[in-house]
Design a binder for this molecule. Structure first.
Ligand code: XMP
Ligand code: MG
Length: 178
């Protein structure tokens, strides 16, 4: 374990097993339909996207958006599009891939943006959910793990851009925040 990690909340094995389950659900839900476009939010959702799509049994494509949301551990309510999609999504079914749903502001805004661009539908898949922190009512169709209200890093999640490459979800030691 990394020397700055206090505890592991979700292990790599649990993440892989749960990603397989979610991929199976998604595969079943879209059976007989046009394959959805996976839209992942940079940068936190990249490891989860990579794990998830390996187990999806459809000929899917994926694309990326980057929106500003967090500095350190505090939310900035306002969201800006830093990188937009490469292609038109008119008429497409979208699966929006996120690392964590916290206040719900980011996903609510991004989902509405995708619908405004003409998406036929937008469903959300998130690795983590912190339901206690919700400010805007939004529920992911596919959730990996619900966690307590605690700041976490790893598997894409960062503290000041570090720790994204940890293969598990963990909590940093208090000394990191001093
Ligand atoms: P909202 O509040 O809009 O924010 O749902 C979602 C975004 O907030 C970030 N976030 C975290 N990042 N550890 C992180 O590294 C956390 O515990 C955490 N909680 C929220 C994250 O970028 C997510 O996309
Ligand atoms: Mg994020």
């Amino acid at each position: 374990m990394h020397q700055l990690i206090k505890k592991v909340l979700v292990t790599e094995e649990q993440i892989i097993a749960r990603s397989k389950e979610l991929a199976k659900q998604i595969t079943n839900d879209y059976a007989g339909k046009e394959a959805p476009l996976f839209v992942a939010l940079l940068k936190g959702s990249v490891p989860f996207l990579a794990e998830l799509v390996k187990h999806v049994e459809m000929d899917i494509e994926f694309d990326f958006m980057d929106v500003s949301s967090y500095e350190g551990t505090e939310s900035i309510g306002d969201i800006k599009i830093l990188k937009d999609l490469d292609r038109s999504i008119k008429g497409l079914d979208i699966i929006l891939v996120e690392d964590i749903v916290d206040t719900g502001r980011t996903l609510t805004t991004v989902k509405q943006t995708l619908l405004n661009k003409g998406a036929n539908s937008v469903k959300i898949v998130t690795l983590l959910d912190k339901p206690d922190r919700r400010v805007v009512e939004i529920k992911a169709e596919y959730t990996g793990f619900e966690i307590e209200n605690e700041f976490v890093v790893g598997f894409g999640l960062d503290y000041n851009q570090k720790f994204r490459n940890l293969p598990y979800i963990g909590v940093l030691k208090d000394e990191c925040y001093r």
